[in-house]
Design a protein around this ligand. Structure first.
Ligand code: SF4
Length: 728
């Protein structure tokens, strides 16, 4: 029996796990008591990792060899790795020669390890010369990134999990922490038990399980968050609850924001948000004072937020408006205080760190900065990296649907289920001349569109690193060998890159000197290159190494050379990573959702997670016990909305939007507000069939959702679609 320390592959809490294996199979998983994210605790998904990894269904659905189809109507046929890589390199090089590098696009994943992400980014921007690389993190955290950068100057969550123990007021907005980040929720429960005076405010259109522990629940209208936050600031100003000394010493831009929020009167906020003025006043007071009865004795206020703020056409404004409150009240840079975005995926942070998104470069550099481009070119030994902005996720699939992008290389993500506006996504996958899908699970819906399928390793088989919500880098380690012919994601990219180099840079030294024959060594070499790229940057980890991670355990960044531990929290000195060292207030007026409710589509549909399922269920859907919490798909409606439509629990209904319709059982749910509907995001074609507006077969809730996105972060609005629900 062998023990391997690793990290849970599901959410951004980043819990440490200890894997037991017999050399061939994973036999048990338990929480790692030494890991500072979870101290031995695991949620249902983490606790069942060994069962999903070894489930017979998982084994049946693993992709074990490269598969190719010469014609789209054919069934895929196996081929050798050499033939598969030669084929892919030939298709990509031909396409570059014919159409230019921007005909090639990569859609990658917050489930990839940092090392995978690093290689994909270098391959796209360094070798091919296309900035069209984006990640499903665009659907997850890009509004949080844009919000941090617009206000604090860097994509750096300033808080840590330990802050939960120091907070006197917790402000949870757009996050069902109890389901989506269960171990953080356990820590909130523990903090409340230790400090019964702690006040918890929950802001959410749904009365979620998280709202069940709130002292104050604000059931705001979908999409009205910016109005709420600006209205809270209006009251803080009126009542003298802001921290003028902090504003004067550490910020800029407050005058403009003050002018903006003057119009956010309690009457107007109550009307737009659908909450009472009394509750608004309580929220503003508790937030500003840390729930202390004496405003002069400010307690600490910590915000936790997630997709309710991010997945919005005004996602950046929502994030910035919340951070404004922290800056205006000095609730930042001290224990228990600050804005703390909860990362959805296990390594959305790592992907941003290596710059594997359409607008980023290595080590939090910006593609738009000539200096940053020159720095990255020098690091990679290239004369330049391309300056033309890449396409973000929604734009990328639109460009492929329009025939502009010819080759789509998709790794470790399932856009044929998870992207909004599935009609466009399907058109993109059908119109692209070559679709390469690198996947562990053959059942992922996107595999059906692949011209070439490359089998990838997954959790339990891979080695590398991930970064969790509190900037903590943890090791991921292999406990069992790769099944069949599966290869590591970074190794596939490297082996394909070597073939491309023979066509694109004949005779030049390789840009990818990583040993694919020795995964531990190869992955560490990649990570060391990433580490070197962080020197002098906000996430400087030049003092960190894999031996240090092995000896001392997971570490938070920054950890520059000369230090032995990372920084628990940021901005304790009140100096921000901006040109003048000051944080910036961002003045954003409230904007309604992209799609408004109307007579034909009178309900607001939100999508979200279930407690025990993950993404498109390729892993969690293989285990019966994980259906105990929610056995089948459903659309939840308020009981009065059911009554109005003469519906009973279990009736089949058609849920339709401007883009398509799905058939699903209806369930009464009084936790929703009137005129609201909810469908979990996980259910795919096995559970939820539907059609596009023009009659093509589609599946899942994203048959309905719009492609509208936030203009600053380009994150799509998955939390609001105008729909109708009628008896099927
Ligand atoms: Fe895994 Fe997240 Fe659960 Fe922790 S909270 S065990 S990281 S799914």
């Amino acid at each position: 029996m062998q023990e391997t320390r690793s990290t849970c592959p599901y959410c951004g809490v980043g819990c440490g796990v200890i894997i037991d294996s017999d050399g061939a199979q994973i036999t048990a998983v338990r929480g790692d008591p030494a890991h500072p994210a979870n101290f031995g605790r695991l949620c249902t998904k983490g606790m069942t990792l060994h069962l999903t990894a070894s489930s017979p269904i998982t084994r049946q659905t693993r992709l074990l060899q490269p598969m190719h189809r010469a014609h789209r109507a054919d069934a895929p046929q196996p081929l050798s790795w050499d033939a598969a890589l030669d084929l892919a390199a030939g298709k990509i090089a031909d396409s570059i020669e014919k159409h230019g590098p921007e005909a090639i696009a990569f859609y990658v994943s917050g489930q990839l390890l940092t090392e995978d992400y690093y290689v994909f980014n270098k391959l796209a921007k360094g070798l091919i010369g296309s900035n069209h690389i984006d990640s499903n993190s665009r659907l997850c955290m890009s509004s949080a990134v844009a919000g941090y950068k617009a206000t604090l100057g860097a994509d750096a969550p300033p808080c840590c999990y330990d802050d939960l123990q120091h907070a006197q007021c917790l402000f949870i907005a757009g996050s069902n922490t109890a389901w989506a980040h269960p171990i953080v929720f356990r820590r909130i429960e523990a903090a409340r038990a230790a400090n019964p005076g702690m006040k918890i405010i929950v802001v959410d259109p749904r009365r979620t399980d998280t709202a069940g522990m709130a002292d104050l629940f604000l059931p705001l209208q979908p999409g009205s968050d910016v109005m709420l936050f600006n209205g809270m600031l209006h009251l803080m100003l009126r009542e003298g609850w802001v921290d003028s000394a902090y504003i004067d010493a550490h910020t800029t831009g407050f005058a403009e924001l003050k002018t903006l929020v003057r119009h956010c009167t309690p009457e107007r906020v109550a009307q737009v948000c659908g909450i009472s003025q009394a509750d608004l006043a309580t929220a503003a007071r508790w937030f500003a004072t840390g729930a202390d009865s004496d405003p002069a004795q400010r307690g600490a206020t910590l915000s936790l937020y997630c997709q309710g703020l991010n997945q919005s056409s005004s996602g950046t404004a929502k994030n910035a408006a919340l951070i404004n409150l922290h800056l205006a009240t000095g609730q930042i840079g001290k224990p228990g205080a600050g804005p703390f975005s909860l990362t959805g995926q296990p390594n959305a942070m790592g992907g941003r760190e290596v710059g594997a998104m359409a607008n980023l470069l290595s080590a939090h550099r910006d593609l738009g900065s000539p200096q940053h481009r020159a720095e990255v070119a020098a690091l990679w030994g290239l004369p330049s990296v391309p300056d033309k902005p890449g396409k973000s996720a929604v734009e990328m699939f639109q460009a492929a649907a329009d025939g502009e992008i010819k080759v789509l290389w998709i790794a470790c993500t399932n856009p044929a289920q998870s992207m909004p506006d599935q009609t466009t996504v399907r058109r993109a996958l059908q119109r692209a001349e070559f679709v390469l899908v690198q996947e562990a699970f053959a059942g992922a819906a996107t595999c059906a569109y692949a011209d070439l399928l490359l089998p990838a390793t997954t959790w339990g088989e891979k080695t590398g690193t991930v970064t969790n919500s509190e900037r903590r880098i943890s090791r991921v380690r292999a406990a069992v060998p790769a099944p069949g012919q599966a290869r590591h994601d970074w190794a596939i990219a490297v082996q394909l890159a070597h073939r491309l180099e023979a066509r694109l840079r004949p005779g030049a030294a390789t840009l990818f000197p990583y040993d694919t024959g020795h995964p531990e060594h190869g992955a560490q070499t990649i990570w060391n290159e990433h580490r070197a790229s962080t020197r002098g940057r906000d996430l400087d980890i030049t003092g960190l190494s894999w031996p240090l991670l092995d000896a001392a355990g997971p570490q938070q960044w920054p950890l520059p050379e000369g230090r032995t531990t990372g920084a628990a929290r940021l901005y304790e000195d009140g100096i921000y990573p901006t040109a003048d060292g000051r944080a910036r207030f961002a003045a954003h007026a409230w904007q309604p959702t992209a799609e408004q409710r109307q007579a034909r589509y009178p309900l607001s549909l939100s999508t979200g997670r279930l407690r025990d399922q993950w993404h498109g269920m390729t892993r969690t859907g293989t285990l019966g016990r994980l259906f105990g919490h929610a056995a089948e798909p459903g659309v939840q409606l308020h009981p009065q909305d059911m009554q109005r439509r003469n519906l009973r629990n279990g009736d089949l209904v058609q849920v339709s939007s401007q883009r398509g319709a799905i058939i699903v059982p209806v369930q009464a749910d009084a936790t929703l507000g009137l005129a609201q509907a909810f469908i979990a995001m996980h259910w795919g074609s096995e559970f939820l069939s539907g059609r596009s507006a023009s009659g093509e077969p589609l599946a899942g809730v994203n048959a309905l959702t719009p492609s509208a996105f936030c203009p600053a972060s380009r994150q799509p609005e998955l939390k609001h679609t105008a729909v109708q629900v009628l008896k099927a």
